[in-house]
Write a protein that binds this ligand. Sequence first.
Ligand SMILES: C[S@@+](CC[C@H](N)C(=O)[O-])C[C@H]1O[C@@H](n2cnc3c(N)ncnc32)[C@H](O)[C@@H]1O
Length: 321
Amino acid sequence: MTSGLNANMEEPVSPNVPEITQDLFQTMTTAVAPAQRHLESGILDRVIQGDCLAVLGKLPASSVDLIVTSPPYADNRKGVYNGIAPDRYVEWFLPIAGQLQRVLKPTGSFVLNIKERAVNGERHPYVLQLTLRLREQGWLWIEEYIWHKKNCYPGRWPNRFRDAWERCLHFSRQKRFRMYQDAVMVPMGNWKVSRLRNLSETDKVRDNSQALSGFGKRVANWVGRERAYPTNVLHMATECGNKNHSATFPVALPDWFIRLFTKPGDVVLDPFMGSGTSAVACVRARRHFIGVEISATYCQQAKERIRAEQRTLRDNGHGGR
Ligand SMILES: C[S@@+](CC[C@H](N)C(=O)[O-])C[C@H]1O[C@@H](n2cnc3c(N)ncnc32)[C@H](O)[C@@H]1O
């Protein structure tokens, strides 16, 4: 599947952001396309300061193409921003997820970057519990991508090794969702030379899975091709350049999911916007964004980053929004 609907088969309100009032939403007519409605309400391509649960409640239903976000990781960062105790995490997140489900288009995707912390010497199961509860809430758990942090810092723990990966859980509302797989293809690499040079007889015919999974492959199909589909492991370095927020993800991470699940002009929501990384990815990829962030300081930081990104694009002659 290269584009369009994928059937999941292998085949505070900040100074320059208008407050979203009830009146404003009531004046919107249902005949107007959702993205247009956002535009009219002045919240498209904006970072809104506030608690995302309250802000999301004011967004129109089925109006967002992709949600990509990294919420606070349990109480890891207590004192830096509102930490949520691991035992309360699921109950805290579920109402927010309910709103995310409402604002996401039926063909949209929700990507949750999260990693359970260790509590009392073992991994706390809140991410596993949350995944099960999200399924009960009606989400389909489509995939678990692994973000392999290529440059994780060295360290030693008595009972485990250093943490070099985080989950990116992919949920959708229905089996058929939009997915543009060609947009994230990767170079074939050495495999092209080594594996495809001497094809066996089996490589030349469809080889059905020995495990009777119903899947099969024909290796010869890849001869002469320059690019292949990627795996579900994303090798990306952590963000080293952003000194003003303690938990940023690299622009490359939201960018990958933005290219995979949206097309230019689509609307991407990050309800835990932090320093604005996913908005920066949207600006570069020509997608609209809606960001929500509870901290006034991070909101300001996000806005400055976004403006700088828009300026850079304009200076490079790429226009900008
Ligand atoms: C892990 S950080 C996100 C970092 C972001 N991905 C980036 O690259 O900068 C989580 C963010 O969620 C914000 N936050 C916590 N609770 C929130 C809430 N209820 N509503 C909106 N934002 C919240 C925190 O202030 C923090 O900036």
